[in-house]
Design a protein around this ligand. Structure first.
Ligand code: UDP
Ligand code: MG
Length: 321
């Protein structure tokens, strides 16, 4: 018998969770009726401040397919997804949001793509960003344009974290032990045959989004620095251009002074050069600092999450075989 693990990261989702569970069960009974396919729900409570954990425990009382992991504090969605992947025992594993923005109705189609068509993983892509602030969509588009120019790993615009993977793909992802996790990149990085399913954006059923513009901006910087070293080269190039420009200006000033003489003017040019060059230096240092801080965090080898309670058999992080 085959088993599907449904991993759901939850942060303050007390309102959305019961709706999610209901919808998911409906789909399971409707679309996965004929075959003997076992299901497991893995709710990862990412340090919610509301009654999310109680809601999950109630679901567990009703239904023993429901398992949970609860973090000691909010570690972020990336950490929650990792904890879920590590605990999942299924042959096929899917990652979903609790707010039903990742429609469970697609699950059957995704499952068939793997089992019948032979793909290793099925990803989903939003083709519209309906209901999202326009400024956010604009920056998201810009981000994907930029990162795809800079990184060899392809990032698909509009790709969600919602995907179904075979055990083999998940095991490959778990091999990547980095601290700064940018899942969209990691999924691309491991490769395998991926099918993309497209759908229109759906607004969340209850609760509100946890991503502010600033949080998304930081996530974008994370994505760029984790999967590309182009900014390092970029800063060097800009540095060189500005140095050349400064050199030309200096020559010009020297020649001008020799020909026309220069009593006390020269202040403007001097100030310009100082400002330009220090600007370039700051820019470059900032970029180097980004990479340095990443290295610093990796070197510390801190755990990616800390579990307070759970009812799963979490695999030990470092396997000794
Ligand atoms: N989430 C999480 N930890 C966080 C923030 C969000 O586990 O620190 C979960 C959240 O509960 C939801 C999913 O990640 O299931 C997506 O979050 P949200 O719907 O707020 O993001 P959006 O869909 O607006 O991008
Ligand atoms: Mg959402």
């Amino acid at each position: 018998m085959k088993k599907i693990s449904v991993i759901v990261s939850c942060y303050n989702e007390e309102k959305a969770l019961p709706l999610f569970y209901e919808e998911m069960e409906r789909i399971r009974k409707k679309d996965f009726r004929e075959e003997a396919i076992e299901f497991e729900y893995l709710f990862v409570n990412d340090g919610s401040k509301d009654k999310t954990l109680e809601v999950i425990k109630n679901l567990h009382q009703q239904d023993e397919k429901v398992k949970y992991i609860s973090f000691s504090r909010n570690f972020g969605k990336e950490s929650a997804m990792l904890a879920g992947l590590e605990a999942a025992t299924g042959d096929y594993i899917t990652l979903m949001d609790a707010d039903l923005q990742d429609p469970p109705t697609l699950l059957r189609e995704m499952y068939d793509a793997i089992v019948v068509e032979g793909y290793d993983t099925v990803g989903t892509r939003r083709v519209s960003r309906k209901g999202e602030p326009p400024i956010r969509s604009l920056f998201a588009r810009l981000f994907y344009k930029m990162i795809n120019h800079m990184s060899k790993i392809e990032m698909v615009d509009g790709a969600r974290d919602y995907r179904l993977m075979t055990r083999q793909v998940v095991d490959s992802i778990l091999e990547l032990k980095e601290y700064n996790r940018y899942s969209k990149g990691l999924f691309s990085y491991v490769g395998f045959q991926t099918k993309w399913i497209e759908y229109e954006n759906i607004e969340r059923v209850a609760g509100e989004t946890k991503w502010s513009f600033w949080k998304l901006f930081r996530y974008a910087v994370e994505g760029i620095t984790a999967f590309s070293t182009t900014p390092l080269i970029l800063s060097s190039i800009i540095g060189i251009i500005f140095c050349l420009a400064a050199f030309i200006v200096i020559l010009f000033i020297i020649v001008k002074t020799m020909v026309f003489g220069d009593p006390t003017s020269g202040w403007p040019s001097l100030a310009c050069i100082v400002v330009f060059v220090s600007g370039v230096q700051l820019f470059s240092i900032g970029i180097i600092g980004q990479y340095l801080s990443k290295t610093y965090l990796e070197v510390k080898k801190r755990p990616i999450y800390i579990i307070k309670e759970k009812n799963t058999n979490q695999k030990i992080k470092i396997k000794e075989e």
